[in-house]
Every structure is written in C-alpha cells, then in structure tokens.
Design a protein around this ligand. Sequence first.
Ligand code: GLA
Length: 460
Amino acid sequence: MICTFELNDEETKFVEDYMRDFGETSLADMAKRFLLEDVADSRAADAAWKEYEEDPVTYSHEEVGRMLGIFSEMEEVYAKVFGSECEAEKFFSPGRVNLIGEHTDHEGGYVFPCAITFGIYALAAKRPGNTLRMYSMNFDSESDSAFEIAFDDVHEKLTGSRSWVNYPLGIVSTLKKHGYNFDSGIDILYSGNLPDGAGLSSSAAIEVLTAKIFSELLALNIDGVKAALYSQEAENNFVGMHCGIMDQFAVSMARKNHAVLLNCSTLDYSHIPLELGDSRIIITNSNVPHSLVGSEYNLRREQCESALNDIRKVKDISCLCDLSPDEFMKVSGAIHDPVTLKRARHAVYENARALKAADALRAGDLITFGKLMNDSHVSLRDDYEVTVPEIDTLVNLEWNTPGVLGSRMTGGGFGGCTVSIVKNDAIDSFIQNVGAEYTRLTGRTASFYTVDTSDGAGRI
Ligand code: GLA
C-alpha cells in the first residue's frame, strides 16, 4: 500500500526531530536510515515513502521491501509455516506493463514492455529431502501449513483451492522435462503486491521467480532467456494458457529505466532508455477482473493461425508479422473470413506501430509515441476485439483528459488495465477526473499506479 497522506504538525515535528538527531538533511536519507533500522511501520517511514515515490531510483528492491515492512512480516510467517529460523534468501520478480506491441508476440512480431516495481517477493531456502514446500501470503491466509509435494509426484495441473501452486509446479515439471535434477528439497514463501487479475503478469512473475530460485539455490545455471522460455513452456503446457513469450521475457530480462524491444521470432532484444521527460507512465486498473485461461485468448491465436494458413497459399511467410502493412494489403484477399482478416490486420499493423514507437522514443518524440498508443487501442478494440466496455470507457476518458500524451489497453485484454503517458503536472487531476467519471459511468472504482520501472527477476 502506498501512503500519500499529508503529515500534521505533530508528525512533521516527529520526523524533523529524528532528522536532527541523526544529522540528516534529506527526507530520502532519513528514509534509508529508517529502512536500515527496520522501523518500517512508523508514520515517519510513511512520510519517507512519499519522498521515495518522488525519487525512487535511489532504492533497491530490498530497501523497498524493508520500507514496506514486507520482509519483517515474511520472516515471521516463514518461521511459523516452515518451522525454522529464517535463513532463507530474498528474491523479487516484477510485474510488467506493455507500452505497445499487443498481441504481436504470438505472431512473431515486436513487443515493447517494461517491468514495474510491483511484483512478487520470495524467501526461499534449501532443505534436506526431495519435496517442494510452498506458501503464499496472498492466497493461503486461511491455512497455517505449507503445500508440500515430492518432485517425483509433479506430473500435471492440480485442481482445487490452492490452484496458484500450478504456476510453480509448472516450472518443476518443465525443468524435469529438460533433464534438470534436484538434489535437495526447497521451501518457498511468496508475497506479492501486484493487483490480482489486472493483466500485469502475476503469472509470469511467479513462474520466472520460481525458475530463478531453483537455478540459484540448486546451481542449475539457467540464464535469463532460458528462464523466460521455460516459464512460457510451463504456462503453455502445464497451466494451459497459450501465451506468447512477452510476459516471461519482460519479467526475466527487463532493466530499470528501460523498456525492452523484443523480436519474438528471433528473441533478439534491446533495452531502450525510457526517457519520458516531464511525463510518467500511469497504469489504471479497471478492476474488471481479467482471466486469460479459458478466455478468448486461445481463440484469437487460432484465428490468426487460420489467416496465416490462407496467406501461405499465396506467399511464403513463417508468421503474420513477417509482413509489412503494404505487403499485407497485397495478400489480404487470400483471407476469406472477414473476422480472421481483422485479426490478422491487427497483428501486422500493431507490429509496425511497435517499431515506430520504439523509434519515436529513441528520438524523444513522445507526441508520436502517444499517438501510436492511441492507434493501438483503436485496433485492439475494433479489429482484435479484446477490449470490454469498461476499458473503452476508461480510455475515452483518458484521451479527453488534458496532459495525456497517449492511452491504451495493455496486456491480454478482456478487462485489466490501461497504460497512459501523462504530464507530471496533470497526474493529480488525471487520477481525480478519470476516477470520478469512470465511477459515474460504470459504477466501478478504478485504481491508479504511477509506474517506476524495475530490473528483471532475481536474488535481491
Ligand atoms: C498476455 C500474454 C502475452 C501477450 C499479451 C498480449 O499477456 O501472456 O503473451 O500475448 O497477452 O500482447
């Protein structure tokens, strides 16, 4: 929870006294001291957190975790659930937001996501034996005991109340399939602060996190690209969601203050500095829960596949995004079904937009970048048809708010979040106006997140 309240006179004096006592002149430095002294839940630390929000670059995930009181709480739970003193190591895996290049990854195109500071923390340790024990502070609060399973017993997806375990189990199963051996048991405690079902890749975050924990603790030497590929494989074959590589790649390979331009055919990638000048990225959660397993996501993939098969009758291509928009115009007559034609058109044009957007960002041209985001939304709404009325309402409101350079739905669709680039001095009124109008028009409450970027998953 991010605290943004104003301090009253008494509280201000309290913080100032502390600062004087410690000889600190900056609230950010005072925040660091609070972190180190582990007084994360005091009002003063909350005030420091507010300053952190304005100057986030100086803090590591470990410090942020301390500041939010995450680790002290996790250590307590760890000792209770796993019955041992906590000698576990700390890990973090971010969520991601895709800036542009939506539904292009599964068509061999470009995507342009960045990782965010919201994500999943883990404490993990080796233990004698051959079982995996896991506990999630988000999903298991009703239970005092961990979920435990022998590595040998991991074969297929489990049904039942602890369905979240399928993501880590998918990693175990995938690693086994690739010939990795586990010479020790492992305990993992997870605690996340990614909003649930918001399309910010909590699934990819827990998969990549688990892959990296296994790699580090058992010295499996899985590099970042492999961790992403194994995680995608786990999601495709174990969980049953036929996602592309974008989410897992972003979560594994992202770099702070950069977005990743990834060619999903070749996995060639570059980190492009995310220089937004006097603007920031705002994620707006429609709070319409999005679930991709069992949604029309898999159907969209099939429709693109069918368009690809039609085009192959007249042109030799390996994926839809091999085509430029001009080339597509020449061969699109080969697609007979008007719906599949629209799906394919989205993939081809969105791919071209992602490349243009990356060029615009490199050139510091945020106006063009924002316009491309808007065009992307229109295409996802009209051609790919993965938006819902609430998301279109939000984006319309955002387009009509002063200080907004661009807005679009982000992620798989069917609910979830929008992403906007907003001028700093317009952020407060953006949150106020979009929030109020959204509630008036839909009866729902939106949540807003001002985004800071993050490095990819790993030990912290
Ligand atoms: C989901 C999938 C990704 C990608 C996006 C849409 O997030 O997991 O692979 O296809 O949707 O761009």
